[in-house]
Each structure stands twice: as structure tokens, then as C-alpha cells.
Design a protein around this ligand. Sequence first.
Ligand code: BES
Ligand code: ZN
Length: 594
Amino acid sequence: MTRTDPHSYFDDRQPRADRWHLRLLVDFDSRVVGGEATLMFPRPVAGIMDLDSKGLAIHRVWVTVSGVEVPFELGPEEPILGRRLRLTLPEATHGVSIAYETSPEAVGLQWLEPAQTEGRRHPFLFSQCQAIHARTLVPCQDSAVARVSYEAEVVVPEGLTAVMSAGPQGDGPGPFPGSRAFHFRMPQPIPSYLLALAVGELESRELSPRSRVWAEPATIGRAAWEFAGVEEMIVKAEGLFGPYDWERYDLLVLPPSFPYGGMENPRMTFLTPTLLAGDRSLVDVVAHELAHSWTGNLVTNATAEHFWLNEGFTVWAERRILRTLHGEEACAAAWAIGQNALDESMDRFRTHPELTLLRTRLEGVDPDEAFSSIPYEKGARLVAVIEQAVGEAAFLDFLHAYMRRFRFTSITTEQFCAFVEERLPGVLGQVDADRWLHQPGMPANAPVFRSASLDAITALAGAWTAGTRPAQPVMRAWSPSELLVYLQNLPRSMGLEDCAWLDRELDLTARGNYEILVEWLCLAAASGYHPAFGRIAEVLGRVGRMKYLRPLYGALGRHAETRALARATFAQAAAGYHSLSRRVIEGVLAQYPD
Ligand code: BES
Ligand code: ZN
């Protein structure tokens, strides 16, 4: 028997389900999803089948249609994997059904009180399954190589709307008074981590014939404005990577506790409301999630050890879309901002160099703990260095062949390399891909992305300590990304006078662009600049995006004077954070003495 994924009990010699039928009952009072999952096989099977499960109460297992009981056994709880659910399937089983319930603590779900939503009248529920949390929602072969199509019926309280990573198939009265049933179908085979569900008071606006945005009523107008350009993005992406294969591309703006910037759930990208800057300056996150429709969702990493195949390619793709939309300068700024994130991650992992490889070994390692900018930014730089070696046109041809060859499959780094060797012989050696994939840190041949205006901005920031201050008209001409590059290159803490100058001249504390705002608040926190503390507490009390929480708590925690503020803020805000965010911040604060 072979297990192919260190994070799953999936065994590739056992029967493999290729279709799910889910019936889910969402109960906000008990914070439980009651489920009936039917796993179907392409042909009749028999014997042992191991599933992943975490926190699930398994009530009954039976052969679909015949109703014959299926013996099952739940293994011991493993901290990362959860519990193996071993079924013994009788001869000629076409499908197996499992009645179960989720735990109120399911990591893959966040249940929000009405007060945590924009409208404050209705509760909200959303899922986040990547990398290995689908097993907290559904007993399943929770490995990306075991792809499935699915159908689902979701019963929710009347007045609320359910959306999924699937095509809507209509809704109607639910099985009991006060309930409503929503139907979905995802015909394409997806990895389990792309299963997604959200339930809340939702409205939608059409953005184009194949795209609409969903959000709470209080947010929908701003969301429709911010993302109005999505069709243009899809068209540009299709020009680069080939036809969009998922029919619709809809967006869902979540409440602020959503722990990521975006999640590429197929047909329904999930987004943080912090993207609603009011000036469309943060839509690169949409370009990123859209690009996953090709790199990630069509061609998928086989396991979390090959995560760079998803994210490295997607960051590269996102920047190609950005370049066609907004030009060379905007693209260079994105690479520079990425470089900053990469440097920060390299620094954070200086005692864990093994996590700075692209091809990682994660046996016994929680993928959420291994998460960083390295697969993203180091990965994107490997893609770029290959592109530079063969030329843009030849690389695009290669990419098209790659996607034709591996579409709707989940592959390893080794499969990727074999394909490159086949199509572009010698190039892996030429760019020293082994060094990129299997050695820590950054290789010497890493591409550098520069532009005259970025060089000028970096130089200006570098001259800060010598007393150089940019003139108002210069600063006013900067794009939001350029301003961010400037802030990132300033000293990490400064005098109160200097903070006051920056805040006044650039109106930083009042910014609605969270990238700029949080960069500034980190600087202000590290400098002990009191006028910004109210805003820091407000952001930390509202927003759950880990990308912002980690550096902000870090900046507060590092200095004795602000440490108490960090702890007090966390004590207040923690209950509203996603369990993933909570865990990350506990880790950050644990680094500092009391
Ligand atoms: N797929 C990721 C988010 C993710 C990764 C969730 C791993 C869980 C585990 C998504 O595509 C992503 O990368 N989001 C970024 C967007 C950014 C790189 C533009 C984010 O959330 O910040
Ligand atoms: Zn991504």
C-alpha cells in the first residue's frame, strides 16, 4: 500500500472516489454542519478504503442505494492529520454514504456572530479548506491527487444565501419550515482543498456575462465598483494562458475576519474586504486568484510539498496580467514589493532553512506552519529565470503545452521537471534549477527587477536618515505601490517628529489601502508613535487577515513599551479571529518575554 501524501491517509492502491454528493444542513445555533456525504466510484469496488477526517462525528456508513451497513473504524487522533476513517467496502460497491457531523471547532469553518458582519443582523459562515482542512467538513480522501467532481444540497436558515465553489443549480424551500435549500454542481474534477462554502446575508451584482460579485448588502456597492474591471482581466488572462475553463468567474467578498487576501475557490474566488480600497489599487489579488484558474486549479500541486507549483507560477502569472493591464512600471513595483516579502520570510525562517527550499519535505510538519512567501516569491523567480533563459514567446508556448498535458491533474515537482526536460532540454541545468528547488536561500542567478523610478524611490528612502525628505509634488505623483515601496525602504523605526511628518504629509493613518496602512502602522508601532495607536487597535480588532496581523503584532510585541498593548488587544480581539489567525498570533506573542 502506498501513501503518496504526508498529510493524508489517501492510499493510491485503494478504491478512489471520483464524485461526491453532499447533503449539508447548516446549524448556526450549535455551530455544526450535519452532513451526509456520498462518495461514488467510477466502477464497482471492494475492500479497505482509508479516508481523512478531523473532528467529525461519524454516525453511520452504508452502501449507497442498497443500504447495507459498511463496517468502519476511526483511528487515533493525530495532531496534524486528524483521524483515519477506515471503511471496509463489500463487493461491487458503487458508492458509499456517510452520515456525520462537523465539530464546532472545525478549523475549516469560521462561524461569525451577527456583530462580526457588516450588516450586524445575520450570522455568517465560511469555509477555508486549503491545505488540509476539507477533512474537518467532509470525510474524504483529502489529498490533491484524488480529484473529484461534486454535487451539493445545502440547507440554511431562510433569509440567508449559500454559495459554493460550484455552479448554482437553483434554490427552493428547505425540508422544514424556516429553511431554504440551495443546489450546486461542480462538473470538473477538483482537489478536495477547493471545496468551499459560504452562508450569509448576501447580494450579488453582475460585472459581466460570466462574472458577478457577491457581498453583504452593506458592501455590495463598493465591491461592484472595486472589481468592475474583472472581465478585462479574464480576457487578458485568456490571451496569455488559453481559454477560461470553468464557465463562470464569480467573486465573494467576505467579512473582515477572512484570514487570507484571497482564495481561488473555483468559480467563486473568496476575497478579504480589505481589498475595497476605493481606488482599485489592490485588484492584483484578484489577478492572482484568477490566474489560479490555470495554475493551481487546472494544474495542481500533488501535495503541500509541491506548493510552489501552485503559488510560484501564479505569482508569475499575476504579474504578467498586471504588466499587460498596467505596464512595465507597475509590474516592476509588484516584483519589488514581493522581494520585500521574500526577504522577510527568509529572515523568519533563518533557523528553519529547510522551509526555504521550493521542493519541501513536510512529513510531520503542519502546512499552515510552513506557509510563507517563499513558495510564492522564490517560486515566481524560478519561473522568471526559466522564462528569461528561453525567451518570452518560447516560454508561453511551453506553458500552453504544460497546461494541455497536465490539465485537471495534480503533479509533483519531479513531474514538472521531467516535462521541462522533455520540452526545453538543458534549460533546467542552465538555470541551476536543482539549486532553486533543493537548496535553502536564494540562488545567485535570481533575477532582479528594477526600474528607474523604483531606483529613485529606494534611493530617496535610503537618504531619509541623512535628512532627505521628498517634496510634496513628488510624493503625490507616486502610485499606491510606489508609496508602499518607499515606506518599506524607510528605517524600521524612527523618531516621533519624523513619524508625525510622514503622517501629516502623506495622511497615512487615514489610508483606506490596507497595504499602505499596515506598513505605516508597523512603522508607527515600532516607533512608539502614540497618535496611531487607536488606529492600530481598530485594525487589529476588525481585520483577521494573517498577512496584516503577523507584522502588526510583531511590531508591537518587539518593544517593551507596546507589548502590553499587543497582549491586551489580542485578548480582546482573539475571539473574533479565525482559528488559523489566532494560532499564528499566539506564536508571534510567545516569542516575547512577559
Ligand atoms: N491559495 C492562496 C491562499 C492559501 C494558501 C490558503 C495556502 C491556504 C493555504 C491564495 O491564492 C493566495 O495566495 N492568496 C494571497 C494573495 C496574494 C499572493 C496576491 C493572500 O491571501 O495574500
Ligand atoms: Zn495563490
